[in-house]
Design a protein around this ligand. Structure first.
Ligand code: MTE
Length: 319
């Protein structure tokens, strides 16, 4: 990541990647604390932090790993969300300016049901479940996250995609007033990601609305973000406002920005290195900076569920 166009950003605006290990165990007391206590960085931004509502959900053990989840502090304090800055701590510090209500999502393209829907209409029919997923970033770090959400397939099927719908594209909000990072040409805004329709329909593909039993903090992509745990994190678009079904493969933001570095598929693959990061191993966030790196698993450990989607494909060419 971090491929700003040379002219777009002054070197003084780019600070070294900082990862602060504040080892207070927030999680233990987290759910009993007020939202502002949960989000210290956000509380210091201009807008007061709204309380993160508690969600009703059931645990889905079948689709959960048994690894220990990262703390709420790790999950909400170490983020990539370039709309709010390039440093890992920037989204937590700056995403207080994002208003997640009212919110609407436009459904477009190759589907029988299209139009603009309120977030309430989008969410209403879907019972929520908690799934503990591995999260692997292309920058070769990882976390384990107890998301709350519902299967992406259930949402997409409501709009009755036509037989021409071979791909589905997800677009993040474009609003430089709320998203100060969009005032700089770091990427072509808005952020766009896309999936092949059979990937999107895989039962692992999750529409995420919460974490640790509460609404998503803004920096994690409130009010609606994806997570496909077998793919690098950049496929999981945040703060989605548009879903478009298409016949042709859409262009995705990171592949447009650096086609030699980021592909369309972005499947976690320890055998295919990124030009700047070996993908053979990963640094688990929360393990401490000097903790041993752990080996990366094919499809991030989800090969059994997803390998069939890529049968016969050359995964070196389709990276
Ligand atoms: N979505 C938007 N709109 N903007 C971004 O910069 N970053 C991506 C992805 N979705 C990003 C985004 C990347 S690189 C990763 S690793 C994940 O979000 C990070 O999600 P997390 O902060 O919840 O861990």
């Amino acid at each position: 990541m971090r491929m700003p166009r040379p002219a777009a950003i002054r070197p003084s605006e780019i600070t070294a990647e900082r990862y602060f290990h504040m080892r207070r165990d927030l999680l233990a007391g987290a759910l009993g604390l007020s939202a502002s206590a949960l989000l210290p960085a956000r509380a210091s931004a201009n807008a007061p932090a709204a309380p993160l509502a508690t969600l009703k959900y059931t645990r889905n053990a079948r689709y959960s790993v048994t690894d220990k989840p990262n703390t709420f502090e790790d999950i909400s304090g170490y983020n990539n969300f370039y709309e709010f800055g390039l440093d890992k701590s920037d989204p937590a510090a700056n995403a207080g300016s994002l208003h997640t209500r009212p919110w609407s999502v436009t459904i477009a393209g190759e589907a029988s049901v299209t139009g603009t829907f309120t977030i309430e209409d989008i969410l209403k029919p879907h019972p929520l479940e908690e799934r503990i997923y591995r999260h692997r970033c292309v920058e070769a770090w990882s976390m384990v996250i107890p998301w709350v959400g519902f299967p992406l397939a259930d949402l997409l099927q409501r709009f009755k995609p036509t037989s021409r719908a071979k791909f589905v594209e997800f677009t993040t909000l474009l609003d430089p007033k709320q998203m100060p990072g969009q005032r700089r040409g770091v990427l072509d805004w808005p952020y766009v990601e896309a999936l092949r329709i059979d990937e999107a329909m895989n039962p692992l593909a999750l529409m995420v609305v919460g974490v640790y039993g509460r609404d998503l903090p803004n920096q994690n992509g409130a009010p609606l973000r994806l997570h496909l745990p077998w793919k690098y994190g950049f496929k999981s678009a945040k703060s989605i406002v548009k879903i478009r079904f298409s016949e042709r493969q859409p262009a995705n933001t990171w592949a447009l920005s650096a086609p030699g570095e980021y592909g369309f598929y972005a499947n976690v693959n320890p055998e295919v290195d990124h030009p700047r990061w070996s993908q053979a191993s990963e640094r688990h966030i929360g393990g401490g900076f000097f903790a041993a790196r752990q080996p990366t698993l094919m499809f991030n450990g989800y090969a059994e569920q997803v390998a069939g989607l890529y049968k016969g494909m050359d995964l070196r060419r389709n990276f």
